[in-house]
Design a protein around this ligand. Structure first.
Ligand code: ADP
Length: 180
């Protein structure tokens, strides 16, 4: 069976929507709302995030620069399999380094990889602190935390930028759907 045959059966193309941004930017919130909307449209989806990848396939990896790079390499390879299966795969990882996001992009045909920068000022992400991780990073309980003592390299040419300080999650979803 080929990808084209699988896509025909599913009634839509396989794609990867790659959400990148600081912790607390809104990646998981948007990924979940996007998946609901796409399923409402009859499209088959899957979310790859820290919960299902870092606790399983990548549980041998930590948060050093080298481990972060390997984490993203594996996520990109898994995403490629999902696209080949004809699904819209939504990747929700901080993925802080440009080089790794570029390497991920290069696994896909042009147009199949949609990089979405979930953009938020650090101060607002820290104020939201949905998982209490910034507080832990500030007290030194958590090391190598992106935005605090580990860098985040914003995309230079993302397919879409979503300023989540100004948009609702539903507006973000609508903008992503406009790309698909
Ligand atoms: P991340 O997955 O990037 O770490 P989360 O989705 O877990 O971030 O948390 C983002 C927080 O910001 C949530 O509490 C969410 O309700 C809030 N939020 C406010 N505006 C938006 C928006 N436009 N998009 C996504 N999340 C938003």
């Amino acid at each position: 069976m080929t990808r084209v045959e699988r896509e025909k059966l599913g009634g839509h193309a396989g794609r990867v929507v790659w959400l990148t941004g600081l912790s607390g930017a809104g990646k998981s919130t948007i990924a979940n709302a996007l998946e609901r909307e796409l399923n409402r449209q009859g499209k088959r989806t899957y979310i790859l995030d820290g919960d299902n990848i870092r606790q399983g396939l990548n549980r041998d990896l930590g948060f050093s620069d080298a481990d972060r790079a390997e984490n993203i390499r594996r996520v990109a390879q898994v995403a490629r399999l999902f696209v080949d299966a004809g699904l819209i795969v939504v990747v929700a990882f901080i993925s802080p380094f440009r080089a790794e996001r570029q390497a991920a992009r290069e696994l896909f045909a042009p147009g199949d990889f949609l990089e979405v920068f979930v953009d938020v000022p650090l101060a607002l992400a820290e104020e939201r602190d949905p998982k209490g991780l910034y507080r832990k990073a500030r007290t030194g309980e958590l090391r190598q935390f992106t935005g605090i003592d580990s860098p985040y390299e914003p995309p230079l040419a993302a397919e879409l930028v979503l300023p989540t300080a100004e948009l609702t999650p539903q507006e973000c979803v609508q903008r992503i759907c406009g790309l698909l």
